[in-house]
Design a protein around this ligand. Structure first.
Ligand SMILES: Nc1ncnc2c1ncn2[C@@H]1O[C@H](COP(=O)(O)OP(=O)(O)OP(=O)(O)O)[C@@H](O)[C@H]1O
Ligand SMILES: O=P(O)(O)OC[C@H]1O[C@H](OP(=O)(O)OP(=O)(O)O)[C@H](O)[C@@H]1O
Ligand SMILES: [Mg+2]
Length: 283
């Protein structure tokens, strides 16, 4: 049975469960459940604190984990990213009160930096030869400056609202970009069929979320131009229509570009242009 760690709380928890559900896996009904078995798929899910997931996976007791890239790196655990999942996207950045330090990292010399991600911050400072102290806080680190615990913070930034509300601004370049990822123990057997099947299912969800199916009719003379607009993944399906001189075309297109492609197809004479959602797929 494949054993998988899933975040039980925080920003990752809801979207992770939703993605697993879309991939056809049973998910827990109540937030207090710590473990469930999905017998139909031969999978056991363990609901763990997001911060602990890389440690469990590195220990070899669990085959796979869903966590944040930043949490994986911060843990220093012997685990590696094998698939990016596209949700819980954020950057990890230094921030401070306006005027405290400039954009030059060297300005952090001698300062105290508060963070919940001590591993990432200490390594980043050491890699750049910066001599600053790091104070570990559990959360709500934006308040650390107002309360005099630190002059600088390093934290997750998504919209920037938390920083603005605390009267802070980002300084310097982002330390890293994060999103939810699938991890496994470093060097674990990558060809394991159950793991491969799990990854294919999640990849299917990612594709279903980012592509739509597009169908349209066009004149044979316009086919090459139309196909250039909708090349599909392998190549589009082209079928004859009852009316001579017309064909029906079917291809997957990126959902974000669907409206622009429909306009362009219309302009070259395509008609009956439809898009439909993809619910699941295997590429
Ligand atoms: N506002 C946010 N937008 C996107 N991702 C976020 C946000 N806040 C945290 N994350 C991501 O969530 C993961 C951290 O999860 P964790 O449960 O520890 O914190 P949290 O979501 O802040 O919840 P908590 O309320 O327990 O602090 C990290 O990968 C982090 O990048
Ligand atoms: O840029 P924003 O959109 O404001 O998002 C970033 C904020 O979200 C998270 O905080 P959370 O609410 O989880 O509280 P925490 O600091 O206690 O983790 C993170 O730690 C930042 O504070
Ligand atoms: Mg948080």
């Amino acid at each position: 049975m494949l054993r998988i760690a899933v975040p039980n709380k925080g920003s990752l928890s809801g979207p992770a469960a939703e993605m697993l559900h879309e991939a056809g896996y049973l998910q827990r009904r109540e937030s207090k459940e710590l473990r469930i078995v999905d017998p139909g798929n031969d999978v056991e899910f363990f609901y763990l604190r997001p911060r602990d997931i890389a440690i469990y996976v590195a220990s070899g007791q669990l085959d796979i984990g869903l966590t944040g890239r930043d949490l994986l790196i911060d843990s220093g655990a012997n685990a590696e990213e094998i698939l990016a999942l596209g949700f819980a996207r954020s950057t990890f950045r230094f921030a401070t009160k306006p005027g405290t330090v400039g954009d030059d990292l060297a300005d952090l010399n001698g300062k105290t930096v508060a963070t919940s991600y001590e591993g990432i911050v200490a390594k980043h400072l050491a890699d750049h030869g910066i001599d600053a102290s790091v104070v570990h806080l559990d959360g709500a680190v934006e308040t650390a400056i107002q309360l005099g615990v630190a002059q600088v913070i390093a934290d997750v930034v998504e919209t920037g609202t938390s920083l603005r509300n605390a009267g802070l601004e980002v300084v310097g370049e982002p330390i890293m970009k994060s999103e939810a990822v699938v991890i496994r123990r470093t060097g674990a057997d990558g060809e394991e069929p159950k793991v491969q099947q799990f990854l294919r299912r999640l990849q299917g969800v990612l594709v279903a979320r980012t592509y739509v199916m597009m169908d349209y009719d066009c004149r044979v003379e316009q086919l090459e131009k139309a196909v250039a607009l909708t090349p599909g993944l392998e190549s589009p399906t082209v079928s004859p229509l009852h009316n001579e001189g017309w064909v029906a075309v079917r291809a997957m297109v990126p959902a974000k570009e669907a409206q622009r492609i429909m306009d362009d197809l219309y302009d070259i004479g395509a008609r009956a242009i439809l898009t439909t959602a993809i619910h699941a797929c295997r590429l």
